[in-house]
Each structure stands twice: as C-alpha cells, then as structure tokens.
Design a protein around this ligand. Structure first.
Ligand SMILES: C=C1C[C@]23C[C@H]1CC[C@H]2[C@@]12CCC[C@@](C)(C(=O)O1)[C@H]2[C@@H]3C(=O)O
Ligand SMILES: O=C(O)CCC(=O)C(=O)O
Ligand SMILES: [Fe+2]
Length: 372
C-alpha cells in the first residue's frame, strides 16, 4: 500500500491552521475543543446501566466461531475476540511503545509530523478537517515502515519502536487473515470465489495501516470529543484499547451509543466500509467514536486492514442475484480512501449504484446520523 494509499491522500491534502496543542498540559477546555454536540453526559452509562445490549464476545477457539462471527457481523458490525493468538506481551509492548511516543515533548513529536499530503506520521485525526472543533486526541499513523519517523523521534534509539511495530504488523496480519476467512466462510463464500483472500495465499498481498491513538485526561470530558463518529475505510479493523473505556458504537434503533468495555486480553473487531461493499450490505460497517475521560489517559491501537492495492472490491458474486442486485460499484482501496478523504461520511453512498429494493437496502445508511 505505501505508495498507493499515500497517493490517495496526496490528492486530498489536509492543512491544519492551528498550533498542535499539548493536551496533557491544558487545564481548561479551550473553545477550539468545545463541541456543542459532544457526548451527552448520560449517554455514556446508558447501555451499561440498562444492560440491554452488549457487544458480542466471540471465542475463536469455539467450534461455532464462524457462525457466531457471522451473527455478530450481521447484527452489530462489531465484536470482541478472545483466544486470538496475540500474546499479552506483544500487547503490553505496543502499549508502552505508543505511550513512550506520546509522552515525548511536543517539539520532538512535531519532528515526525504528518505532512499535509502524507498518510504516515504524528498529528490530529485525518477526519478533523470535516469538523469545526478539534478532537481531544493525538495520533500516529504507520503505513509501511516507521523507520524515517522513528529516527526523527529517537535519533539514537529507534530500533525498539520499529521492531515492536514490525512484530505487531506481522501478528495482526495473520489474525486479520484468519478473521477475514471465517467471516467470508460465514457468508458461504469459498476460497475460489475470492482469490486474493485465499487462505493458502495467507492474504499475502493484504495491506494495512497501524494507528496509535492517545486521549489524554480531559478537564471537561462532557464537552469534548476524543474521536468523532466515523466508519473505517477498511475491510475490518482490529483494536486494542488499554484498560480505560471510551470506544462507543452506534446501535441503530436501539440503545444509541453503546460502550465497548475493555476486556482484559480481548481485542475489538469492527467491520469497515469495504466489507460492507463486499457483502453487498449484509455486514454493515459500524459507526463508532471515542469519548474521553476526566482522570485517565486512554490509549488505543487500531490495525486497519484492507485489500492488496490493485484489487477491486465489489459485492461478492455469490451474494448477488436478480432479487439482490449489486448495491456498490467496484472500487480499489486507494480509490475509496481518496473518496473518504474528500467526502468523509458520504463516501459509501457515493459508490452506491442503485436505490435499495424492498428489504435489501443498506442496513446501515449513515447519512441521517449526525456525526459532529
Ligand atoms: C488506511 C487508512 C484508514 C484511515 C485513513 C488511512 C490511515 C489512517 C486511518 C484513520 C485512523 C483514525 C480514523 C480514520 C477515520 C482517520 O481519520 O484516519 C481512519 C481512516 C479511515 O478509515 O478512513
Ligand atoms: O480509540 C478508539 O477506541 C477508536 C479508534 C478508531 O476508531 C480508529 O483508530 O479508527
Ligand atoms: Fe475507527
């Protein structure tokens, strides 16, 4: 992906006209970060208190894992996985590598700042340009090798960070391939039907980005937004969150914003827009956001998994027939990232080809949702 994903970003440079604030030193919420549509106070515990709906947890060692994943994808678009094969040690290591990065002095972090045309590096969330207010977070994106940026951050000691990222990428790639295959299996799709995703090929060509997210403790969490509501432009995203909650998913027609609680050792998986397209809307991408906390610093790592560059993603043949026409036109990841960078939450509907037929609509039309 390196060159290609960066190409799609280059077409949509993001310029920031503000100085990057050192959030961990701010004692009062500045107007630049005060959201009028911030998470309402009682939104947060609602799902937990009523306890009506909780995000599914799937044990990958369960012999019914495939069906359970299929059900979770159809009904939630997000689930947590246990027995995923990623060692606690690696999760601890990436957490401390990320915390080390974000605790560097601001002038040092800015040496690895993401350029307006770039995709990799330190900065505010890419989607910031779509919102009038700034988010209470900072991020570091890695596409390809982090070597150049790591050298700028730690001129004498960059190997450790690079090695951890490399190992994380390798392990996550295996897990993403496994999940992808189970999910395709749950749709009744076989290896021959999705050549690029063949388990024999071990998803060799699969592409990914790693996104480290830091959400410092916030003096007024009820008026701030960690990461505004969005869907990921991925096939799927695997998220490790530290022991502090903040991730919420939107439950259409139900509990509203539901918190995905950190479960020790579990990883969160959410469906992205490309699986939404592949499954012809059967497995909808999920709208999610991150809220912040008054006392605790929250940290997360997202592994954003996509198809190899050059592969066109379109609704799988098996899921299309006369009664279920293809709802989306073919797109490459690069093209979709470019559309997202330009049109944000309109991207999915922009690649849609025809109006929904009765009952076979887009189960997740986010257009009507306020994302700010
Ligand atoms: C491979 C990807 C996916 C990107 C763009 C590019 C690198 C960074 C990813 C994120 C990570 C944070 C949320 C998001 C919405 C953002 O602002 O940057 C993501 C975006 C997307 O899923 O569209
Ligand atoms: O920090 C989180 O919980 C969410 C992060 C996220 O949505 C992303 O990086 O795409
Ligand atoms: Fe996300």
């Amino acid at each position: 992906m390196p060159s290609r994903a960066s190409d799609s970003m280059r077409a949509q440079p993001v310029y920031f006209h503000h100085k990057q604030l050192d959030l961990s030193r701010v004692k009062k919420l500045p107007d630049s970060h005060a959201w009028t549509t911030a998470p309402p106070k009682d939104d947060y515990p609602r799902g937990e208190l009523l306890n009506v709906e909780t995000v599914p947890v799937v044990d990958l060692a369960d012999k019914n894992a495939q069906d359970l994943l299929g059900h979770a994808c159809r009904t939630w678009g997000v689930f947590q996985v246990k027995n995923h094969g990623i060692s606690k040690n690696l999760l601890d290591e990436i957490e401390s590598a990320g915390k080390g990065l974000f605790s560097l002095p601001m002038h040092q972090k800015l040496k690895a700042a993401r350029s307006p045309e770039g995709v990799s590096g330190y900065g505010v969330a890419r989607i910031s340009s779509f919102f009038p207010k700034l988010m209470w977070s900072e991020g570091f994106t890695i596409v390809g090798s982090p070597l150049e940026h790591a050298r700028q951050l730690w001129p004498h000691d960059y190997h450790k960070f690079c090695n951890v990222m490399k190992e994380y990428e390798k392990e996550m790639k295996k897990l993403a391939g496994k999940l992808m295959w189970l999910i395709l299996g749950s749709l009744g799709v076989t290896e021959e039907e999705v050549k690029w995703a063949s388990p024999k090929g071990a998803f060799e060509g699969g592409n990914a980005a790693i996104q480290l997210n830091s959400y410092p403790a916030c003096p007024e969490p009820d008026r701030a937004m960690g990461l505004a509501a969005h869907t990921d432009s991925t096939i799927l995203t695997i998220l490790h969150q530290n022991n502090t909650s903040g991730l919420q998913v939107l439950r259409d027609g139900g509990a509203g914003w539901v918190t995905v609680p950190p479960l020790p050792g579990a990883l969160v998986v959410n469906i992205g827009d490309l699986l939404h397209i592949l499954s012809n809307g059967l497995y909808p991408s999920v709208l999610h956001r991150a809220v912040v906390n008054r006392t605790r610093h929250r940290f997360s790592v997202a592994y954003l998994y996509g198809p190899p560059s050059g592969v066109t993603i379109s609704p799988l043949q098996k899921l299309v027939d006369q009664g279920r026409p293809p709802l989306y036109r073919p797109v490459t990841w690069t093209e979709y990232l470019g559309t997202k960078a330009k049109h944000f939450d309109k991207a999915l509907s922009l690649v849609r080809v025809c109006a929904p037929l009765n009952g076979f609509g887009d189960a997740n039309d986010h257009q009507s949702v306020t994302v700010g």
